[in-house]
Design a protein around this ligand. Sequence first.
Ligand code: NAD
Length: 428
Amino acid sequence: MNICVIGTGYVGLTTAVGFTAVGNKVIIVGKNKKKIDKINKGVLIIYEPGMGKELEKCVKNKSLQATDNLEYAIKNSDIDFICVGTPSREDGSIDLSDVEKISQDIGKVLKSLNEYHVVVVKSTVVPQTTEEIVIPNLEKYSGKKAGKDFGVCMTPEFLREGVAMSDFMKPDRIVIGEYDKKSGDVLQNLYSGFDSPIMRTNLRDAEMIKYASNALLAAKISFANEIGNICKIIGIDSYEVMKGVGMDHRLGPHFLNSGCGFGGSCFPKDISAIIAKAKELDYEPILLESVMDVNKKQKVRLVDMLKKRVGNLKGKKIAILGLAFKADTDDIREAASIDIIKRLKSEGAIISAYDPKAIDNMKTLFPDIKYAKTAKDVLKGADACLVMTEWDEFKKLSENDFDFMKKRVILKGRKMLDDIKGSEGICW
Ligand code: NAD
């Protein structure tokens, strides 16, 4: 099939490269000329394990090209995937301006298209967005009718950064929300090469499945953190507790790991968006608000632990190991390290940080803190160290490396380095 993918972020790139791997031709549409040139040279513009090689391959065999010309991309495709960003507004509600704009622009191109075409929303959008924003814009700007002249689907993406390629190629399920059967059939046909169960449903159910999934995963994390905080006060290891809890087949062992909270581009913004949507509908989502509250407090709990151990932070040298919101990505969106750095700065600490991949991104937010070249370097002379991201690289640090700290205060927001003398976990 000939496919147009709009958006060159984590989801757009994964979708584009992934579909070429199963024999399709893809044109990916971006806005930034420099990034487009890089993609056309087979150079990856994000850090995502395993994607670089695949990108190189599909650029070489000409199954993928990048452009900023939306009209060219749509006119040379049978199906478009909208993969633009849907960030949070100040008040936590979803900012749909990119979705609104792209559906207008696609509509303008559809106007002069003679063939049947399917438009697929892959961006995470609150329920009713496809019906109330995307379809009306497509119809208004094309002068055509959904279901008759063009098809519409909504297929949420469930990939995790760090393992995006394998998640895309072998998802637990593919959810196809369809405007009508014909649209759904086109999308199901495209996914026929995938060995995953397919669920077909309507547009708003598909939109809500994504929010319900992320909300439940986030709730499990906040639950594990709340139980973990209680465990910590009593002197219980929350990991031992959750090992026992997870053996219940009704509960399962996943997402019960306590730590310094969830971050990333999805959980915080998606839970905030569905809370805002619920309130717009006059419903008070008490549970979801608590999930966010627990998480907000959890992110900075390490600073309270730190103050108990080293006292006033003014002038103290604090080392931060890990900046990315999780390992194997350079993404720092909503990372706990950001909240920690803000708190440490306000308390007058001298901060030095290290991350294998996320330093450049963090420099755009905090150009004024120190960044070390290696994990070992960041520890030298530090009054305390905070472990924020579970990078494999940190697991190689030895007892000896921590001896170079001024004081051996090692506080961990992630469960690792358990053999290091004097290290203390946030919930264990
Ligand atoms: P991103 O911010 O990394 O990328 C979005 C891209 O869309 C940007 O490069 C932006 O320039 C581009 N864009 C916006 N308007 C455009 C236009 N008119 N033409 C061309 N490009 C345009 O976002 P992302 O992480 O890739 O996420 C995209 C969507 O997928 C979001 O709704 C997100 O919630 C969802 N999602 C993300 C993940 C994830 O792990 N990152 C997982 C599942 C779902």
